[in-house]
Structure formats: C-alpha cells, structure tokens
Design a protein around this ligand. Structure first.
Ligand code: FES
Ligand SMILES: [Fe+2]
Length: 346
C-alpha cells in the first residue's frame, strides 16, 4: 500500500550533484541529478528508447544523456536531442517528477503532478534553523514503511530494545499515554513523571535525581514522525510547560517507501540546549544512531516474518493504540486516493 499524492524525501541535499543518483520510490525507478545551476531534477529512470536506466548516463548541460545511444532528456522529461536525427517524436519523453529542495532534503512528488503543492511539505526547519544543533542521515531498511511508523508511535519498545541508551523500566511501566487523532495524522503524548532518567538522558542532563520525561510524538501522514522529547528535574513544572533545567530535543523522521518490503529512512536529531556546540550535537547523534541501529535489526527480522506468512493474525495490546490509529487513518487515505484515481480513469 502506497500513498502517492504526497511529498516524500528523495535524498539529502548533499547526495545530489552532477552525477546521476538511482533510487526507487514506491516501486518506481527514479534518477536524480542537479543541473549545473544547482536545480534538482527527478526523472523516470528508464530511457524512452530501449529502456536502459538513464542513471547509467551522464549530465550534459542541463540534460541527462543516455549511455546507450545518446538520447538526451531535459528536466521536464522531454527528449532534447537524438543524435543523427533532427526531428524528435512527441513520444520521446520520460516521466518527470516535481522536486523541491527544503530543510536540507530534496523532496519528490510521486502522485498526480497537478496536485503537487510545495506548501504541504512537512516542516523540518530544525535542520536549517540556527536555533538548533542538528544532524541528519539516511538508513536503508529492509522493512515496510508502516513497520517503521508503528515503531515510532509505540515507545514501550524503548524499555526492551534500547535499555543501553534511551529506555528504562519506567518508560513502559510509569507512562501516562494519550492518543489523539488529527485530520492529517496522530499525536501520541507520553509523560513519565518522577522516574530515573535513562542512560542517554543522564549523560546529557547530569540530573541529581528523578526526572519528569516527555515524549510528544507527532505523526503526519503518510510517514513523517516528529518527536519532541526531553526531561527535567521532577516537580519543576515540565508538564505545565516550564522546562527550565534539563534537556529538550527533537527526533525527526521521514520514511519514504522504496518497495513494499524496504524503505529509505531519513532521520535526524536536533536539540536546543547547546546549539552551537558541535561536540554535543555529534555525541547526541551518535547515541541515537546506535539506538536506531537496534531498531533496524528488529524491524528487518520482523519484515522477514511478514514475508514468511503475510496473513498471520497479530495480537493487539493497549500499547498499539497509537500505531493502530495511524494505520486506520492511512488505510482511509489510501482508499480515498484509489477512489479518486478510479473516478479520473472512468
Ligand atoms: S536506450 Fe537510451 S538512447 Fe537507446
Ligand atoms: Fe526504537
């Protein structure tokens, strides 16, 4: 199940240059490159002539040139040159995808181009706003995109998977959890009041005793999950919005489906307690990187079991309220999109 009429992250800005980059999104092969003036371009990665991947070719001026017989295609997907032939047939074109560069990422629109409105791109300003120290990266995960969304919406797993960094017993046992459905996503709010900080929080917060910990998880369809997380000394009013001492961070996730069983997982970490200290930013990033590697291991093994028997019935427990609310919303959005497609085809 893929939702097409959405912006997805295609690449980190630094990945795109004068060399073509091949990447599959929503089961479609795409080639990405930059024109000499820096403009990002995304085209179907299949030459209109004999189907050779355009990503094997070279950038010539503003166009990409197929490596096989030299046909050139421009940013709009139209063939710009056929060697030895003056007339260019109308069918000589490949699909061009709308692309926008924003907040250190290059975004692609995989659906109906007429609906591509850059104003609807999910906000990841944390990566370009000097108010925050931040760093981001990309993982390739051999797991379905919804399994990653589930993972981020149910943080009881921190106790069991991430006991060395961001999880402890209180993360599951003492959490007060609220799940709220919005029009475009789900918000899960978790508070763990008067409990010991987990190892990573203690490392950066140097707390003298127990803390109040917040995990405010904002999921936006299809697969953007922005978490505001942190803790401060217990009883100092964190829950009332007073976060005077302690640490306040954002864990920022954008998952782009590659296939039904693999994903491009763009994520990063931002903090505001010492934004200009690169050492702090790097150390936080390293902690979360190590933490996410633990997730990837679980997610990929989980996907293998889905592949083994996709119909096997799963058990629901109370902790699934957030993930299940998101799944219901995404299924409804998918069905609405399919209905629109069918109506347009009639
Ligand atoms: S296959 Fe691309 S030019 Fe022939
Ligand atoms: Fe995790």
């Amino acid at each position: 199940m893929f939702l097409r009429n959405h912006w997805y992250v295609a690449a980190m800005a630094g990945e795109l240059g004068p060399k073509p980059l091949a990447r599959t999104f929503l089961d479609e092969p795409v080639v990405l490159f930059r024109q000499p003036n820096g403009t990002p371009v995304a085209l179907e990665d299949r030459c209109a002539h004999r189907r050779v991947p355009l990503s094997l070719g070279n950038i010539v001026g503003n166009n990409i040139q197929c490596i096989y017989h030299g046909l050139e295609f421009g940013a709009d997907g139209h063939c710009a040159a056929i060697p030895g032939q003056a007339d260019i047939p109308a069918a000589a074109r490949v699909r061009a995808y709308p692309v926008v560069e924003r907040h250190s990422w290059v975004w692609i629109w995989m659906g109906d181009p007429a609906l591509a409105n850059p104003d609807t791109i999910c906000d990841f300003h944390f990566f370009t706003d000097a108010k925050y120290g931040s760093r981001n990266t990309l993982f390739h995960v051999k797991a379905n995109w919804q399994l990653i969304v589930d993972n981020l919406l149910d943080l009881t797993h921190l106790t069991y998977v991430h006991g060395r960094t961001i999880g402890n017993a209180a993360t599951t046992m003492k959490a007060e959890v609220d799940v709220a459905r919005r029009e475009d996503g789900v918000t899960v709010t978790r508070w763990v009041i008067d409990a010991p900080p987990p190892p990573t929080y203690q490392l950066f917060g140097q707390f003298a005793g127990n803390v109040d910990r917040w995990q405010i998880i904002e999921h936006t369809a299809p697969a953007f999950v922005r978490l505001n997380i942190g803790s401060s000394t217990t009883g100092t009013g964190a829950r009332d919005g007073i976060r005077v001492d302690g640490i306040n961070m954002w864990n920022l996730n954008a998952i782009t489906p590659e296939t039904e069983s693999s994903s491009h997982y763009f994520w990063g970490q931002a903090h505001e307690f010492s934004p200009n200290d690169l050492g702090v930013t790097d150390r936080i990033f390293a902690e979360i990187h190590r933490t996410f590697c633990e997730d990837i291991e679980v997610l990929e093994r989980q996907q293998q079991m889905f592949d083994y028997d996709p119909t096997h019935k799963m058990l629901d427990i109370r902790a699934d309220a957030g993930p299940n609310a998101a799944r219901r919303l995404l299924t409804a959005m998918y069905e609405a999109e399919q209905q629109t497609r069918r109506a347009a085809a009639e």
